[in-house]
Design a protein around this ligand. Sequence first.
Ligand code: PEP
Ligand code: MG
Length: 636
Amino acid sequence: MAVAADKGSKFGSGEGRITVTKPLLARALLPRFVSTGDRLQVGVEVQNLTDEGGQALVTAKASGVALKGKRKKKVALGAGATARVRFPVEVGLSRKASFTYTVEMNGHSDGVKVTIPVGRPLTVEKLTLAQGRAEGPVEVPVDWPDDLLEQESRLEVSVDRTGMAELGPGLKYLIEYPYGCLEQTLSRFVPLTKVEDLARSLKLGELRGPKLKQFIRSGVAKVIRHQHEDGHYSLWPGGTTYPHLTVYATYGLNEAKRAGVKVDALALDRGARAIRSWATGKDRVVDSGGQAGTMAMAAYVLAELDQPAVTKDNHRITLSANLDMAEEVTVALKYGAEAVGLFRTEFLFMGRRPPSEGFQRNCYKKILKQVGDRPVTIRTLDCGGDKRHPFLRAEPETNPALGLRSIRLSLRTRPIFMTQLRALLRASVDGRLRILFPMISCRQELREAQEALEEAKAQLEQRGQPYNSKVKVGMMIEVPSAAFMSDTFAQQVDFFSIGTNDLIQYTLAVDRQNEQVAYLYNPLHLSILRLLSQVIGNAHREGIPVAMCGEMAGDPLYLNVVMGLGLDEISMNLSALPYARHLVRASKQKEAQKLAREVLAMDDSESIGKKVRGYMAEKFPDFFTPEGPAEILGGL
Ligand code: PEP
Ligand code: MG
């Protein structure tokens, strides 16, 4: 009995997984859930991990469902090959359906037994907000509104009491400064709506009342901007929709409504309808014949967390996490992050006064220590524009996105910048720190930032405080001018990190926060692909690595394209990590490179979109369809 999918109703929990090292491997292919009377195809995926091909004999047994047709099937299976064998079944009156498959070939055998409930969608998820050591988790059960799903369903949020002391400061930052690009808001929305419970448990009395309400209200507004007409949600307005985001967002909106926040009734209604029709399969974009298997797939995916992100043809890519708070490190590690690709420091600067050098140093140190010998990229303050700060009272600007923001603001408020640089340098002895400068648009900005860093080093030397003189220093490529000059910039830094959120915004002249023009925000725009290819090529010619940390990196639909373009590291939101790992492991780098070459040779963005979706649907039929939303569920 091989995989996490064996755990029945614990799909998606990822707990209790077993590492599989068998020569012949059987994995069940499951429908999302089944109802009495359903006729569908169930099956097994067989993988031959030996050097010898042969004929595999697959035998199926079932209870609670009637097998229609042959119970034994043969399939040719070359060395290293994978094949799927399916059996038609009809679901009976029982409350449970069990499928048992045995596979035999060349003296090897494997078996898998799966039981799933009949007439009950498996949407029980657990979200642990903080990891702890003793006492065990405190469960905070969450009820869906009675009429949201026709069938029984629950979403559980469990809160671990023992880690809570550390969660307090993070919560305060979040409340005081509800910053968040759309995607960040969404991925945090569920825990944020539990903020009242958390604040109470943590005895953070000051986080009640108007502040809390304002915080949730702005979260609600941001989340609704992600909703499409059909009720589903995407990571950014107008992007690809995913059912799991719809589930989380709708759940969050309902929670907010209960907490007394005014929530647009249309948005709620649309979301509920989208979930209902998705859950009951009425709008299934993939047929019910066992191919979608979303919950089971989530279990497979989570079962791979401790496996390296290596493609089938042995190409290794680093999958890392984007973090905003030190408290997220534990979850990042649990989700298999191999590095921290982007630590945004904005949250540290949420108080009325900028954080002290010591406070920052301790925070950076804590992250580095927790992450151990893996690299941690910490970005210097990237505020201004849409990210306003209480103590940086800037003049109102006509175009904040093009104004005094990010590195420009840091260079203008030099004492604050110097404090951060000294704190970073002091922490550089505690792990593999990489310092990242945001929004560099010209050589002068980079030079000034580098000079400030040298000055900070000299100050520490004067004080006799140690730092790592070889600390790596990189810059973000998120302004088109930097991308065009990446050949010269590559000679002046140790690494690049491509921020596609801003790069797309500035290249296509599309405000990343404006839903009126969201339909134009296209990561597969030929100009973006050309820029990415150019930047990666220039970096590699100078021998420096390139990461991508914008949201394009976290959307599974683009994964093979960005891999094929040659990125060394992909850094994403936590919830995207398990899928990315699974897809990397199921991909071939040679094929991804071919895809990248082909799309770069195309001349219109619409055909590129079709091509990429078609390609992903062909390679990963369990995840993508040629049209419509990808069928992915799980994540958090
Ligand atoms: C980006 O612009 O892609 C990026 C990662 O930075 P942020 O989203 O914080 O602006
Ligand atoms: Mg940016």
